[in-house]
Design a protein around this ligand. Structure first.
Ligand SMILES: Cc1ncc(COP(=O)(O)O)c(C=O)c1O
Length: 272
């Protein structure tokens, strides 16, 4: 099944040039009145999902892992509920959002049997709204935020499941615990009785080559292994890998891959 998009820009090479020899006219297409003249075939969301799942399966097989140990979180941020419905029809039931306000508008419009993960920076004043919406918060990026979530969860009678976001490359522009800070604050995090800390998450630096992410995925996995041993905790979940590098993340041990563009297409800045 193919979906047709009419609003794709022409490539430069398609433009007529005044200096070129006149070409014979293109054959006239049999289009309905008012139909756009140029149409390009784009894969559907169902086809995109199939391709991504296939790539996950291949990467898991390459690493000798079971594909059942990897969950695909379809990141629907900025995409309308209609596109999420297409993904649901293709068998996807786990989605990720990064803005509480957007999620509050979108989630009630969709079937109630879906699971939603929060993957963005969680602002303190949004915690109370976020907790009942999301099954898992991937992005607890400071002790202060963890303490606020814990306090609000207590007030609301909830037990949130969370991952700790690690700033693996020490980028000044990124949220997340610096690795040494996480070690220093781990006891305090583990003391927050309302939180179930299930693992770690990272967003490596933007790079032109997917391979550049591998060392950060390895670093996150090794950090997880050390924390498990030193603090006697189970941190089974590793949330790592996005459109560009999710296959590498699976090879390096990801249990949750967060894929948006490869499923839904390019994002617009705001909700479409
Ligand atoms: C934390 C996080 N994970 C995953 C994604 C999905 O990224 P991509 O569209 O490259 O798959 C995004 C998108 O902004 C994100 O913010």
């Amino acid at each position: 099944m193919h979906r047709r998009w009419a609003d794709e820009p022409c490539s430069r090479g398609d433009r007529p040039s005044r200096h070129r020899v006149r070409q014979p006219p293109l054959p006239v297409l049999n289009l309905a009145a008012g139909a756009p003249a140029l149409q390009f075939v784009m894969p559907s969301i169902a086809e995109n999902l199939e391709r991504v799942r296939h790539q996950i399966a291949n990467a898991a097989a390459k690493a000798g892992r079971s594909v059942n140990d990897v969950e695909l979180v379809a990141i629907s941020k900025t995409h309308q509920a209609e596109k999420v419905r297409e993904a649901i029809e293709a068998g996807q039931s786990l989605f990720g959002e990064s803005k509480v306000q957007e999620a509050r508008a979108k989630i009630p419009d969709l079937p109630s049997n879906l699971r939603w993960h929060f993957v963005g920076h969680l602002q303190k004043n949004k915690i109370r709204h976020a907790l009942p919406l999301f099954d898992l918060i991937h992005s607890v990026d400071s002790l202060a935020l963890a303490q606020d979530i814990n306090r609000i969860a207590e007030e609301e009678g909830l037990h949130p499941r969370v991952l700790i976001e690690v700033n693996v490359a020490g980028e000044g522009s990124k949220f997340g615990f610096q690795p040494e800070k996480l070690r220093a604050e781990m006891e305090s995090l583990l003391g927050l009785s309302r939180l179930s800390i299930l693992g770690l998450m990272c967003i490596p630096p933007i790079a032109t080559e997917a391979e550049a992410s591998r060392k950060y995925f390895v670093a996150l996995r090794e950090m997880r292994d050390r924390l498990q041993t030193d603090f006697h905790v189970d941190l089974a979940q590793l949330s790592m890998g996005m459109t560009q590098d999710f296959a590498l993340a699976v090879e390096e041990g990801a249990t949750l891959v967060r894929v948006g563009t490869a499923i839904f297409g390019e994002r617009t800045r705001k909700t479409e």
